[in-house]
Structures are given as structure tokens and as C-alpha cells.
Design a protein. Structure first.
Length: 141
């Protein structure tokens, strides 16, 4: 392992360990978007092995997002997120099979929109620490 890789791993570990539940979801979505971009680039190069590897990582992240949902306390919002994650998973598999970059781009844009929402929820929660009301952290475990 290079010194740079070691420093990067330490940074990521610190970032994850200090993150709120909202920030963790945003980080997962960021990673999924990065792998979707890599899959799209691989499609352009006709590098189907790299496409498959990137899409496998996206699928793993989508599964992790679903596992993190708090099904006991989330209510309708969590049910909708579960449906969205399920659709993303199917869309990624089909787009990979059909070599359809536009579908990957659509999922990535949606992930970006949801990521912004989670980042805003974190900012609101951090700004309202100690106040009563909606807590997005209750949606993820």
C-alpha cells in the first residue's frame, strides 16, 4: 500500500466514524454516483468487465442503503425509500444488461437529488440540536 492510499484510507475512516446517520447515507449515495459514472465511462470504452465491477459496487451500495432503513419507525417515508431503492436496483441491472447509459445517468441524477436532501437534513439536525421535532436520523439505523 502506498503512503497516499494509507492516508486516504485513514481520512475515509475518520470521515465515516464522525458522520451522522444522514451523512452516512449521503456518503453512500456519493459513492454510488461515482461508481455509476465509472460504469458509464466503461460502457463508452466497451470495457464490459469494468462496467460489471462498477455496477456490482452500485448494487452493493443500494443494498446497504436498504438495510440501513429503520422499518420500525420510518413509516410511509421509509416504505417509499425502500421502493425507490428496489427500483434503482432493477434499473441498474437492466441498464447494465442492455448497455443503456441513459438509464444509469437517470439513476445517478436521482441519487444526487436524494443525497442533497440527506445533506440538508443533516444541516438542519446539526443546527437544531437539542430541539424537538422531526429527526431524519430516525429513518436510518
Amino acid at each position: 500500500m502506498t503512503p497516499y492510499a494509507n492516508a486516504r484510507d485513514q481520512y475515509l475512516t475518520q470521515r465515516v466514524m464522525g458522520a451522522s446517520p444522514e451523512q452516512l447515507v449521503a456518503m453512500l449515495l456519493e459513492g454510488a454516483q461515482r461508481f455509476l459514472a465509472q460504469a458509464g465511462q466503461a460502457l463508452d470504452r466497451k470495457d464490459y468487465q469494468a462496467k460489471g465491477q462498477a455496477l456490482n459496487r452500485v448494487s452493493a451500495i443500494i443494498e446497504e442503503l436498504a438495510v440501513r432503513l429503520n422499518l420500525d419507525e420510518g413509516g410511509e417515508l421509509v416504505e417509499n425509500l425502500m421502493r425507490l431503492y428496489d427500483w434503482w436496483g432493477r434499473e441498474v441491472v437492466e441498464a447494465g444488461s442492455l448497455l443503456d447509459r441513459s438509464r444509469l445517468d437517470r439513476v445517478s441524477r436521482q441519487m444526487g437529488d436524494l443525497r442533497q436532501t440527506w445533506e440538508q437534513a443533516h444541516q438542519k439536525r446539526a443546527g437544531n440540536a437539542g430541539t424537538a421535532g422531526f429527526q431524519a436520523g430516525n429513518l436510518v439505523g
